[in-house]
Design a binder for this molecule. Structure first.
Ligand SMILES: *Cc1c(COP(=O)(O)O)cnc(C)c1O
Length: 394
């Protein structure tokens, strides 16, 4: 049985009529930039995430950049984040003119370790970007406490960011629907950033993103930054902004997908439970060590990815590929060792947990409509491949 890592095919099949109808609606209205579909989607997502403001933008990457700019992050500032994430989490810090400072991850969730984060703070630190990797929320409480001790978000009256504040920007690109102590991911920090990249929990049919905030006073700045720095009259610019709007067409299609998002999230959680049961059982009997993803108490994992740790990972991945089973390594190389951050001066060994994760992780097939038969087949193939790897290793 062949099982792809991801396919939108079943999702599209089940929504085809509604998707085509949404496209026709946009064509008929003839408004392609910032029309009613974007506005409705922003309202629907603000409600779902539990924030007063949600702003559609061109990508998750731009959501991060706009959040950094809106919070006043600038040259000379430092921003602490994890080295075990997609590059955009930290490249946007450089784009804002600031310096990324990395801190190691907690091995059980793969997310920024608050203790390591605290050690990485300096008088120049202006923001922290926790990432809810794979759909599991980062441990936010100690990070929030740190932010509060350092001024938190500004004085509320004018809403202007305070010079000395430590802001929290959540990279929730993989975590729409995830919860930390009952709070939705993205609504916990000062800003939350989401991606509509096609494979993400709410995927578009092209690029798209969303930036949200629990501070109503920040909304105008977000809206201005995404549209050339215009806040009032057209062609009058307050600051050099971006052209980063969510397409009207994408918004219309996203609204169709949004109607089913709870169903697909439940499906992923069920799939994860089945993977856990079958892999746990088979690997126990075969005597191979496969570390399954966990859900910490008080956390709701949405399993954007189902990621295990496995010995001889590359050989296991190759064996699965031979059998027609798609897998992926998110991510094979940590950010602190990437060429694009070489000037930061990090070395191998700086963040041992992130480096070990890069060698051990493997994400298994997960997509809307994946069947129990497929999940079982993948589990069996995984344990067999890992058992072969173990024999060879001896
Ligand atoms: C996908 C992703 C991004 C970037 O989102 P795009 O929409 O692809 O620009 C940023 N951070 C993380 C953790 C992501 O997974």
């Amino acid at each position: 049985m062949q099982v792809p890592l991801f396919t939108p095919e079943r999702m599209i099949r089940s929504l085809r009529r509604d998707l085509l109808e949404a496209i026709e609606g946009v064509l008929d209205r003839g408004q392609f930039i910032l029309g009613s579909e974007v506005r409705f989607l922003e309202q629907e997502l603000a409600l779902r995430i539990g924030v007063p403001a949600a702003i559609g933008v061109a990508s998750g990457t731009d959501a991060l950049l706009i959040a950094l700019l809106a919070l006043g992050i600038q040259p000379g500032d430092e921003v602490v984040t994890t080295p075990f994430t997609f590059a955009a989490t930290a490249t946007t810090v450089v784009r804002a003119g600031a310096r990324p400072v990395f801190a190691d991850i907690a091995p059980d969730t793969f997310n920024l370790d608050p203790a390591r984060m605290t050690e990485a703070l300096s008088p120049r630190t202006r923001a922290v970007i926790p990432v809810h990797l794979y759909g599991h929320p980062c441990d936010m409480e100690p990070i929030l406490a740190c932010s509060a001790r350092n001024g938190g978000y500004g004085p509320g009256v004018t809403g202007e960011p305070v010079e000395q504040s430590l802001f929290i920007i959540e990279d929730a690109a993989q975590a729409l629907g995830a919860q930390y102590q009952g709070k939705p991911a993205g609504a916990i920090g000062d800003a939350g950033c989401f991606s509509f990249f096609p494979t993400k929990p709410l995927g578009a049919f092209g690029d798209g993103g969303l930036v949200v905030t629990r501070h109503p006073s920040l909304e105008p700045r977000f809206r201005s930054l995404r549209a050339h720095g215009q806040s009032g009259r057209k062609y009058y610019h307050d600051e050099p902004g971006l052209n980063s709007r969510l397409d009207e067409m994408q918004a219309a299609l996203l609204r169709v997908r949004l109607r089913r998002i709870d169903e697909w999230e439940a499906e992923r959680r069920e799939a994860a439970a089945l993977y856990g049961e079958v892999i746990g059982d088979l690997s126990g009997r075969a005597g191979v060590e496969i570390v399954l993803p966990m859900e910490r108490p008080g956390c709701r994992h949405v399993y954007h990815q189902y990621t295990v740790r496995v010995p001889a990972r590359d050989a296991v991945q190759e064996a699965l590929s031979q059998r027609g089973i798609g897998t992926a390594v998110y991510y094979p190389w940590p950010l602190h060792l990437q060429e694009c951050f070489r000037n930061l001066g990090y070395r191998p060994g700086n963040f041992p947990e992130a480096e070990r994760a890069c060698r051990e992780v493997l994400s298994l097939p997960m997509f809307p409509g994946i069947t129990a038969g497929e999940l079982t087949c993948v589990s069996e193939a995984l344990v067999e491949a890992a058992a072969v790897g173990k024999k060879k290793g001896k």
